[in-house]
Design a protein around this ligand. Structure first.
Ligand SMILES: [Zn+2]
Length: 209
């Protein structure tokens, strides 16, 4: 079991984070803040109460900013990530299972969906580049559209409309690629875990050929 500082998760891989791909993983220390679970109201409050009652230090992080909650009024649906010190992880897990009557599972904590925030560093950079390109293309496209409208009825109208389409197409493609990154990573990780599971189960079995 190793600890990834990038996404604060425990990973069962020895040299890589299962979740974000970070290679710089290390032995977890007692005081490392470890991702524990994501819960929604009212479960988040229930867990918080139980952890407090049993003196398990924890840190709760809302997934939306406070401003966002005020604007959209989604307090009731806001999700919270819980973090506990590594040294208290097992105790927190027991309390959680007792509270929610969860059966013990090997794959605890359950895998969480990947978001742009938890992308591997390199993909995060690419995602920023692609989004910037998308915004630039869209800006140029809109300028062309405005120029086409201004030049209504002249010879320039058609080239500017063509420019609008020529700029918008790569813009949409860039945005679509960047948006699909979390899904791509999730797919890749699922496949890799499947592959590793098969590989290890093959090694355990004694084959006849
Ligand atoms: Zn990680």
């Amino acid at each position: 079991m190793k600890y990834c500082e990038n996404c604060k998760r425990l990973t069962s891989f020895e040299n890589k984070c299962m979740r974000c791909g970070e290679k710089n993983v290390r032995e977890p220390q007692e005081n490392d803040s470890v991702y524990f679970s994501t819960l929604q109201y009212p479960y988040a409050g229930m867990l918080e109460d139980v952890l407090t009652q049993h003196d398990v230090p924890h840190h709760k992080q809302g997934k939306l900013g406070a401003g966002m909650v005020a604007r959209t009024g989604t307090l009731g649906t806001e999700q919270f990530d819980f973090f506990v010190p590594f040294g208290k992880f097992d105790e927190a897990k027991e309390l959680y299972e007792e509270l929610f009557a969860v059966e013990e599972k090997d794959d605890y904590p359950p895998p969480q969906p990947i978001t742009h925030k938890t992308l591997p560093k390199r993909l995060k950079i690419w995602s920023k580049i692609l989004y910037t390109a998308a915004v630039l293309f869209a800006g140029l496209g809109i300028c062309s559209m405005i120029l086409a409208i201004i030049n209504d009825g002249t010879d320039l109208e058609l080239p500017f409309y063509a420019g609008f389409i020529l700029f918008m197409v790569p813009g949409v493609i860039c945005a679509a690629i960047a948006m699909s990154f979390p899904k791509m990573i999730e797919y890749y990780q699922r496949e890799r875990e499947k592959y590793l599971e098969e590989k290890y189960s093959d090694e355990e079995e004694t084959t006849d050929d």
